[in-house]
Structures are given as C-alpha cells and as structure tokens.
Write a protein that binds this ligand. Structure first.
Ligand code: ZN
Ligand code: ZN
Length: 253
C-alpha cells in the first residue's frame, strides 16, 4: 500500500475521468490520497472528493502562496471558518512562491505564518510549498521554533544542506516527479538521505514523472517514483513502499 501525500485530484483536469483515475491508482497500490487546498474556489470540489472516497481521500485546508492576492484577508478568514467547523488532515498548502509573481511577497509571508499558527492550534501537519524559496521557508519555520510543529516540504527540490535543515526541524521531504528529471540533481541529494526522510507525492495534475512528462499527472504514476527511489537506494520496491507509507502514517496519524 502506498500513500499519495499531495495530489489535487479534485481539480477540473480530472472532471471527465476521475473514477478511472482512482481505479488506476487503486490498481497501482495507492490507497490514500491527501488533498491540499489551493483557495476558496476549490473547497466545494475538494470536500466532495473526500465525501466520494471515504477512508481514502483526506482534505487539507489552507491558502496556496500563488493565491495570495488583494483578497488575502478574506481568503484566510474563509479557511479559518472551515477549520473551526471540522477536522482537516493538515494545513496546506501554504508557503512561499518566488517563481511566478513576487508582487505579494509580504502578504505571502504573513499568510504562511498565520497558517503555521493554525497547524499548531489544531495540532495537524503543515504542508509547505517552497518554489524558489526553500531557504526562506526553512527560516520561517526556524523562527517559529516550535518542536511540536511537524509537516512536509512538498515537492522538495533543494540542496543537501537545505534537506538536512528540514530534517533537523522534524519535517519531511515530499518527493515526486521531479526525482525522474535528469537535470534536477535531486537524485544525488536523495541518495545521501535516509528513506525515512521521504514521503511520496504526485502533486497531480502537475509535475508528471518521466516517461509521461508533459502530460497530466495522476496518482498511479507514483510507481515510477517508487522504482526510482528503489534504484537510488539500491533496495526493493517493497522496502520503499513500506518505509514511506509508515512515515506518512506516522505524520498524518
Ligand atoms: Zn505546491
Ligand atoms: Zn500542490
């Protein structure tokens, strides 16, 4: 059994064949799917998917850094109302994104710190998006300095030094399709880290692994990540599945 700790299967991209996508994932051994929120527009679809697959799909609540705009206060308020209403598997995805647009960097920081506070308040993991901002996100978590705060640096693509700082903070590395990209250099970093530092994720529909790069991603493709990790660590597929699943279960409970 493997766990996709980060996938957006509730998005429009899957509107026409979601059931088939789920069937393929189940057939590939993927049994649990953690669904990060993006912003208030996605909440209905997110919660519907969780309802459609009880015990398999688990909703997170949060505001993506790319959705931090003029209406950030309103967006955070809506997320907070949901958190007061029911339990969510994690806070996310949140963090910093310096790749697409730096107009709202100050607000991205504020929203990230607010959401880290929610993770502490509700005692759930924090799922961090850190595109071109890995060190900056690490520094935010360091500054909060709460050993009880746990979570994932999702789609980790940083250096060995950054990975070690993340592990020292008690956080995990979310590893997906980027591991199969030749130029990413990620495999060399991952080879030097224990398997127990890693949880599996697709970020579907994004970041599709080789050999499907450029097409829509889906959870069944996690098998390519598992195989790649087994190659890198010179171990079996079964071992990679067992270790990453145990780690994810420990985090999400
Ligand atoms: Zn992300
Ligand atoms: Zn995502």
């Amino acid at each position: 059994m493997i766990i996709d700790t980060h996938c957006h299967l509730y998005l429009e991209d899957f509107a026409n064949d979601r059931a088939a996508v789920m069937d393929r994932a189940f057939a590939a051994g993927v049994d649990r799917f953690y669904l990060p929120a993006i912003d208030s527009k996605c909440i209905d679809a997110l919660l519907q998917m969780e309802k459609d697959y009880p015990g398999h799909c688990f909703a997170m609540m949060g505001l993506h850094p790319c959705s931090v705009k003029e209406d950030v206060d309103n967006e955070l308020q809506l997320a907070e109302q949901w958190l007061a209403k029911r339990r969510f598997a994690a806070i996310g995805e949140t963090g910093l994104d310096f790749y697409w647009d730096k107009t709202f960097v100050t607000q991205q920081y504020e929203a990230f710190i607010t959401q880290a506070g929610w993770a502490k308040q509700y005692q759930v993991p924090l799922v961090i998006h850190s595109r071109q901002s890995t060190q900056e996100c690490i520094d935010v978590i360091k500054k909060i300095n709460d050993p009880a705060l746990r979570g994932i640096f999702h789609c980790f693509g940083g250096s060995l030094s950054e990975a070690q700082q993340i592990l020292d903070l008690g956080f995990l590395l979310g590893i997906g399709g980027v591991l199969t990209y030749k130029n990413a250099g990620l495999a060399a970093v991952i080879a030097q880290l224990p398997l127990s530092a890693i949880v599996l994720e697709t970020d579907a529909p994004y970041l599709t692994p080789v050999p499907f790069r450029g097409k829509r991603n889906e959870s069944a493709y996690l098998s390519y990540i598992v195989q790649k990790l087994a190659d890198i660590h010179q171990t079996s597929v079964a071992e990679v599945e067992a270790v990453t699943t145990a780690t994810a279960q420990m985090l999400f409970g």
